[in-house]
Ligand binder design. Structure first.
Ligand code: SF4
Length: 970
């Protein structure tokens, strides 16, 4: 459907046409007898397409800029000589274009014959897969013969046979490049159209591919004659998608054949929320195809969403429920009925014995909105308390608090498309190139178009400098000094009069601004003072502040390097202050944009997963809100906030909290202070883990309920833009139940009268009870693709950009952000500061990605250490080192690099045998308890091998693997 045509009155005020396009003249031309009107500057090919006329093409695709090299898309233009390429020729008023003439047919056939001579199999349906774009073009122009043979010089020599080609040229054949685990490159099928090279540059922004050689010798090359796997290639798949022949092809498609059916769904990895067509043959996914209509990704992807779905069929998946009396007992496989009945009985026993608040639940940011909603509902309606929390606690809870306080909404202000209008991007505590790669590609494209970049990060990430981009300012601040540096930026903006007075007077509370301005102007907030404590050159602070305030549309993107601090909420408020002070809110190109980590962090927060909030961020103490749910659910709700995860664990250690239902979350690995988490879990009498794999937390579980992957269920995820995207079932649940069904079974077993037949009914309940979701339904999402909340009567198609005419809370609120140094201090025993992050190929604690071929890129966590610090400790690259903090120790190998500053060390946390959280402290954000993962005082020294717990872990891991393989064998 065409939304603009069908619902003209509902189209948002936001116009995503380029600013220029608004003023662009319209041009009318005639293509094959059809009158078509398009904006001036449109290519003839695009105009023809919009008018329903298909022009054959090979080097052009709608993902890429026009190139004009294949000579297939030629047209005739009345009054002009020659046959120009339609992809590079702009329309003209009154132009008469013909796309099908005898002359054009003859030229196209001749050109295609030449291509075919260099492409021995692709055009032949019998020989090739018969599905490539190349085949289709050959067929569409009626190619039936090839006068030139198939003797191109790129052909692969057939095994044991005579190489095609002639004479001495036969030695020049190229072997297939099979080095990448996910796709193959077969040069014999390459027609050197450059689409892959351009996709790598224009879409992905990596510049890993090139055309080397000339004439007949020209061919695609990864890096400098390297295999794909050894090159800069990041395996995003853009080249494979762009290839019109079978030269670049998914190995799964080659091995298993073409898909038989597909459904559009949403990636289950990061908060970008890319849309994919999950393509299936039989009961197997054979390809995840980035979906061009996906509004978050527009047809692009990263290696995780595109290729790393093999975990769904990994032998480690547990497919039968299991129970055991004690965690030292072996697991016993049982039926779903027995597992559910046992769990319900245990929870009831615990509540009877220890009280109503002795049990609770944890929702998952990996699960759908509907599943998350059900878990919090079961806790509130069934357990009759508010002991529900979510893994978002440990990542973005300060975002909810900070933006809620300043703007009135606990979410980012923009959509990803907004970045196309950004003039100055500021990245704080985030590395989108690793953690949000599809957004990073988009941002890099904007930077290549001339936008400026400021990066605040202790580490020199890929965003600071990589292929064709370099930050204008990199502020390498000491971990833990975010608030001081952001307030110093504000100091410059205020004291140099760079703030937007008109915006502030109209949109914010002026008195509060004055108070804040007098605070930031204090000498202790000057770049000079802050430079001393943060290690950042004051001139860099001044330059960055001036650029952000005066460089045009300024957009701030931030990640866990902002939130996972003892002052995480303060930092979010400092960011919000900066955006308000400079008027960078409420239009395309600006805003405050938290880059959410997991696929449904936003959704799990929206769905009422916190112990003090019902869905839609409404406080549990609000009588009117409670009334909505009490009426619908037929129970009296507890009006006191429940326990957060750390409080549940504390209470367990104290003996008052005895049972927990954990859906899709591995708190032993993801939460801080592992020893304390283990102690809490060990003190409980009924730990229920509902997951795909026997994760680390399951070591302390009494019940294991097998989970379902995103491929096995219907529902929705909400991404970092507040975009609600459909998740569609393409396979039946391998373990019988989708997660929402398993929760429903448990809820029924504890006496709740639930009877949802489909997740759409759960969404209907969410919409009925949550104002910001009032207009959301599966029917709407099926119809329009996705919407960004708020989606209600006022905004029936959602809200791409928030706070356009005013802040949700009324006047924007400036809040003083006093810098308070973390209690985690360096000293003689622990002189270095550890900070953590992710890499592209792995995901969080690696439960999924480690069970795919992505492991080949990152088989272990390494400790990055500056050469100066390494030398002081006598360490060499690759040495085993002991990393010690006040909380614990772990060992891993050293990676000596100046990406980190002296005094700072860095590691990823993707591997359970490293478990960086063994050494993180239990300090947390003052407002939300979000753990301070990003600052830990540590010492690093030489080591002979794994520490004691790592050896124990190894034993446990072996045991888990034994269980999984026994089950697989059965
Ligand atoms: Fe999935 Fe994120 Fe990669 Fe998109 S960027 S494919 S959502 S992991």
């Amino acid at each position: 459907m065409n939304i603009k045509a069908d619902f003209p009155s509902l189209v948002e005020e936001i116009d995503y046409g380029t600013p220029q396009s608004k003023a662009q003249k319209q041009v009318t031309l005639n293509v094959d007898g059809r009158s078509i009107t398009v904006p001036e500057g449109t290519s003839i090919m695009r105009a023809a397409m919009e008018g329903g006329v298909e022009i054959p093409k090979l080097c052009a695709t709608d993902m890429l800029d026009s190139f004009g090299s294949c000579r297939v898309c030629l047209v005739e233009i009345e009054g002009r000589g020659g046959t120009p390429a339609s992809c590079t020729t702009p329309v003209g008023e009154g132009m008469i274009v013909r796309t099908q003439t005898e002359r054009l047919d003859a030229i196209r056939r001749g050109v295609m014959e030449l291509y075919v001579s260099d492409h021995p199999t692709g055009w032949n349906e019998q020989a090739g897969t018969g599905a490539s774009e190349f085949d289709a073009v050959a067929k569409s122009i009626g190619l039936t013969e090839n006068r030139y043979g198939i003797e191109g010089r790129n052909h692969v020599k057939p095994e044991g046979g005579v190489a095609p080609g002639h004479g001495s040229l036969a030695v020049d054949y190229i072997a297939r490049d099979e080095s990448n685990p996910y796709f193959t490159y077969d040069a014999s099928q390459c027609i050197v159209c450059s689409r892959c090279v351009r996709a790598c540059e224009e879409v992905q922004g990596t510049f890993a591919l090139t055309i080397e050689g000339r004439g007949f010798e020209s061919r695609v090359s990864a890096g400098m004659h390297e295999a794909f796997i050894d090159s800069e290639c990041v395996s995003c798949g853009a080249c494979v998608q762009a290839c019109p022949t079978d030269a670049l092809r998914e190995k799964t498609v080659l091995a298993k054949g073409l898909p038989e059916r597909s459904a559009v769904t949403t990636c289950a990895y990061c908060g970008v929320g890319c849309s994919f067509k999950a393509e299936v043959k039989g009961d197997e996914v054979v390809r995840m195809m980035p979906y061009k209509e996906g509004k978050a990704n527009h047809g692009h992807s990263c290696v995780k969403g595109r290729f790393a779905y093999g975990y769904a069929t990994h032998k480690d998946r547990i497919l039968s429920p299991m129970i055991r009396e004690k965690v030292t007992d072996p697991w016993r496989e049982v039926s779903w009925e027995e597992a559910i009945a046992h769990t319900a009985k245990e929870f009831r026993r615990i509540q009877y014995q220890y009280g109503r608040t002795a049990i609770g639940g944890i929702t998952s940011s990996r699960c759908t909105n509907e599943e998350t909603y059900l878990v919090q509902k079961m806790v509130r309606q069934g357990f009759r308390n508010n002991n529900v929390d979510t893994c978002a606690r440990v990542c973005h809870s300060p975002t909810g608090y900070g933006l809620g306080q300043t703007y009135g909404t606990s979410a980012g202000t923009q959509d990803f498309d907004s970045v196309d209008f950004t003039d100055v991007a500021v990245i704080i505590g985030a590395n989108p190139a690793s953690a949000h790669p599809v957004f990073a590609s988009r941002l890099k494209k904007r930077l290549r178009q001339g936008a400026k970049l400021i990066v605040l990060d202790p580490r020199r990430t890929e965003m600071v400098k990589s292929a064709h981009i370099e930050a204008d300012y990199h502020l390498p601040l000491k971990p833990g000094t975010n608030v001081a540096v952001l307030t110093a930026l504000a100091h410059v903006i205020v004291t140099e009069g760079l703030f937007d007075e008109a915006f502030i007077r109209e949109r914010c509370d002026w008195t509060e601004f004055q108070d804040w301005a007098s605070f930031v102007a204090l000498p202790e907030n000057s770049p000079e003072t802050v430079g001393k404590l943060s290690g950042v050159d004051p001139e860099l602070i001044r330059g960055a502040a001036r650029l952000y305030a005066t460089g045009g549309n300024g957009a701030i993107y931030y990640g866990l390097g902002v939130t996972e601090h003892s002052q995480g909420s303060t930092t979010v408020m400092a960011i919000a202050n900066l955006a308000m002070a400079t008027g960078n809110i409420g239009r395309p190109g600006v805003g405050v944009n938290p880059l959410r980590g997991q696929n449904n962090v936003q959704g799990s927060c929206d769905m009422g997963s916190f112990p003090h909030e019902l869905p839609g961020y409404r406080h549990i103490s609000g009588e009117a809100v409670r009334d909505i749910y009490e009426t619908l659910w037929g129970v009296k709700l507890d009006d006191e906030p429940g326990l957060r995860i750390p409080n549940m664990l504390d209470a367990a250690v104290d003996g008052s909290f005895k049972g927990i239902y954990i859906q899709g979350e591995d708190i032993l690995q993801s939460d801080p202070d592992t020893k304390h988490v283990a102690a809490g879990l060990a003190a409980m009498e009924c730990v229920v883990v509902h997951d795909l794999f026997l994760n680390e937390t399951a070591n302390y579980a009494h019940v294991f309920l097998p989970g379902s992957t995103f491929l096995e269920k219907d529902g929705t995820f909400t991404n970092a833009e507040r975009r609600i995207n459909m998740v569609r079932k393409v396979l039946e649940p391998k373990a019988r139940y989708a997660d929402w069904e398993a929760t429903q079974e448990l809820a029924r077993a504890i006496g709740l009268d639930w009877n949802y037949k489909h997740p759409s009914e759960i969404m209907d309940e969410i919409a009925m009870t949550t104002p910001s979701f009032a207009g959301v339904s599966f029917e709407l999402l099926d119809r329009v693709g996705s919407v960004q909340w708020p989606c209600n009567e006022k905004a029936p198609l959602g809200t791409p950009i928030m706070h356009i005419d005013g802040f949700v809370r009324g006047k924007g609120k400036f809040i003083r952000t006093e810098y308070v140094a973390t209690d985690e201090r360096t000293g003689p025993r622990f002189p270095l500061l550890l900070t953590t992050g992710r890499i592209l190929s792995q995901y969080n604690v690696g439960a999924q990605t480690r069970r795919t071929d992505n492991s080949m890129w990152h088989s272990e966590d390494r400790l990055e250490i500056h050469p100066h610090d390494a030398e002081n400790r006598g360490l060499r690259d690759g040495d085993w080192v002991r990393l010690t903090s006040r909380s614990g120790e772990t060992t891993l190998r050293a990676l000596i690099t100046d990406r980190v500053s002296p005094g700072v060390v860095y590691t990823t946390f993707h591997h359970p045998d490293t478990q960086a959280n063994v050494i993180t402290t239990d300090f947390s954000d003052w407002a939300t308890n979000c753990p301070e993962y990003k600052v830990t005082a540590v010492q690093v020294g030489a080591s002979n091998g794994p520490s004691e717990w790592q050896r124990d872990y190894d034993e446990q891991a072996k045991q888990s693997r034994r269980i999984a393989s026994l089950q697989a064998a059965e």
